[in-house]
Design a protein around this ligand. Structure first.
Ligand code: NAD
Length: 263
């Protein structure tokens, strides 16, 4: 088994997931990502992770260089909502690195519409990727984490899961569900050294929000006391704190990272 710690990040090919991958790589972790289909984006994350791992200061790392000849990076194409895909993806990570110390459930989609215009299939797909995916992955990594008697799980929720948002009923419901999943996971994990928390970002500058009209993003920024959207790296820093061994006493919590938007 590799002595080097391993993080598994769903949705690690872009945005917040990629920034999280780089943050953990800088701390000396092996990084495994799950992505939906954009191979170019996944390869780019791989290049950046390898570069970050090379630059990592061995003195600060949690494991030292990968002694088992692996690159310290693995990308698995999988649909997080499909049970077989998730089972096979986690098995590949275990075969490659021998352990999973941290799971970050970051894969997400939004199909926004007013409640009366939300199609049932869009509601279902939003739930499947954001919530069922996190449930399947958490369930799958729980056994190896129990054996290790340590683990960290971080679920990426959203401020809309806490406060709701007109035009995002499906997304808000899935993100609120993640908070319940987090609390139950935390309660079941405590005796086994597994801590589970959620991060609820506000407006983050990624492909997901890049697709919104400028009028909408300007209006969002105007509601933020800090006056701007977050960079993915600013969110990743909180994910790293909660998902690494720096965190020894916080579990079952939802940490908002929103520039003061919801106080
Ligand atoms: P993004 O669209 O840039 O990336 C989404 C990632 O999810 C990609 O890597 C994609 O491959 C993956 N993904 C999507 N469907 C998948 C599936 N079925 N199986 C496996 N992977 C899948 O998104 P982002 O803005 O970086 O958001 C990351 C997370 O943060 C999401 O859960 C999102 O809901 C949440 N979030 C984002 C914001 C924001 O403002 N961007 C705010 C709050 C919460």
């Amino acid at each position: 088994m590799s002595e080097r710690k391993t993080v598994l990040i769903s949705g690690g090919s872009r945005g917040i997931g990629r920034a999280t991958a780089l943050r953990f790589a800088k701390a000396g972790y092996n990084v495994a990502i799950i992505y939906a289909g954009n191979e170019t984006a996944a390869e780019k994350t791989g290049k950046l992770v390898r570069k970050a791992a090379e630059q990592e200061n061995a003195a600060d790392s949690v494991g030292g260089p990968a002694e088992d000849g692996t690159s310290g990076f693995l990308a698995v194409k999988a649909d997080v909502s499909a049970e077989t895909d998730v089972h096979e993806a986690v098995a590949r990570v275990m075969e490659t690195f021998g352990r999973i110390d941290t799971l970050v459930n970051c894969a997400g989609i939004s199909r926004d519409a007013l409640l009366i215009a939300t199609k049932a299939e869009d509601f279902d797909r939003t739930y499947e990727v954001n919530l069922r995916g996190a449930y399947l992955l958490s369930k799958e990594v729980f056994r190896p984490m129990m054996k290790q008697r340590s683990g960290r799980i971080v679920n990426i929720s959203s401020i809309v899961g806490l406060h709701g948002n007109a035009g995002q009923a499906a997304y808000a419901a899935a993100k609120a569900g993640l908070i319940g999943l987090t609390k139950s996971t935390a309660l079941e994990g405590v005796k086994r050294g597994i801590l589970a928390n959620a991060v609820a970002p506000g407006y983050v500058l990624t492909d997901m929000t890049g697709a919104l009209p400028e009028k909408v993003t300007d209006a969002m920024a105007a509601r933020i006391p800090l006056g701007r959207g977050a960079s993915p790296e600013e969110v990743a820093e909180t994910v790293y704190f909660l998902g690494s061994e720096t965190n020894t006493y916080i579990t079952g919590q939802t940490m908002t990272v929103d520039g003061g938007m919801c106080m």
